[in-house]
Design a protein around this ligand. Structure first.
Ligand SMILES: [Zn+2]
Length: 213
């Protein structure tokens, strides 16, 4: 898709990095899919500052505009990590639980960013050990393959399985009984200076959201 406007992505990302958004950004959906971006801004895990997963918030808002999916994203840096803290002390997980109680969400897609040095382009994390047999993994893999991603670089449950800590994916599946998938996206694809890669990513994510609805 050559008509994609990457200025939009830059502007959306600028909003996240400006510090002017509410602590939690919630956008209701018109389709039963929720895209989550708990690391869209700088966050804190066990007292240690962790860099934002750049562009994951922008991707979530772009997907909302394109598909009508619901969105939950961290909008402001807080002493918290929505993808790590137990639900009892996590405003992010408590808000997620509230949304999923009120809205008919069928699938949660949790977006994350991996360093450019990671050996995969995208890793799909299934949470509590489906080991690649999850129908969501098959669906996501197909969406990425269709956009030209290298099949060898679409990983699942190898480095980031979403099962080891209190991840959003695990929380959704285990506690909220809603199917969920964690997507760790290599920085090489979250980069408006690499428009070809970014277009592949945007198209794959958009197809995935639509196919989950
Ligand atoms: Zn992350």
């Amino acid at each position: 898709m050559t008509s994609m406007n990457f200025d939009d992505i830059q502007d959306l990302e600028q909003a996240f990095q400006s510090g002017n958004l509410p602590p939690l950004l919630v956008l209701p959906g018109s389709i039963p899919v929720l895209v989550s971006a708990p690391h869209a801004v700088t966050h804190w895990r066990d007292g240690r500052e962790k860099n934002a997963d750049l562009y994951t918030g922008a991707l979530a808002l772009w997907l909302h505009a394109q598909t009508g999916c619901a969105v939950l994203a961290a909008g402001q840096s807080r002493n918290a990590d929505g993808n790590h803290d137990p639900a009892s002390i996590s405003p992010y997980k408590q808000e997620l639980a509230r949304i999923l109680q009120d809205d008919p969400v069928k699938v949660v897609l949790d977006l994350h960013g991996a360093k450019a040095s990671q050996p995969f382009d995208v890793e799909l994390g299934t949470g509590p050990g489906w080991e690649g047999k999850s129908p969501l993994v098959q669906k996501a893999r197909l969406c990425f393959l269709t956009q030209g991603f290298n099949p060898e670089k679409i990983w699942s449950d190898r480095l980031f399985s979403a099962a080891k800590t209190e991840t959003v994916t695990r929380f959704c599946i285990r506690d909220l009984k809603v199917p969920a998938l964690q997507l760790e996206i290599n920085r090489k694809y979250r980069d408006p200076d690499n428009p070809e890669n970014l277009a592949m990513l945007l198209n794959a994510l958009k197809d995935l959201v639509i196919s989950c609805a």
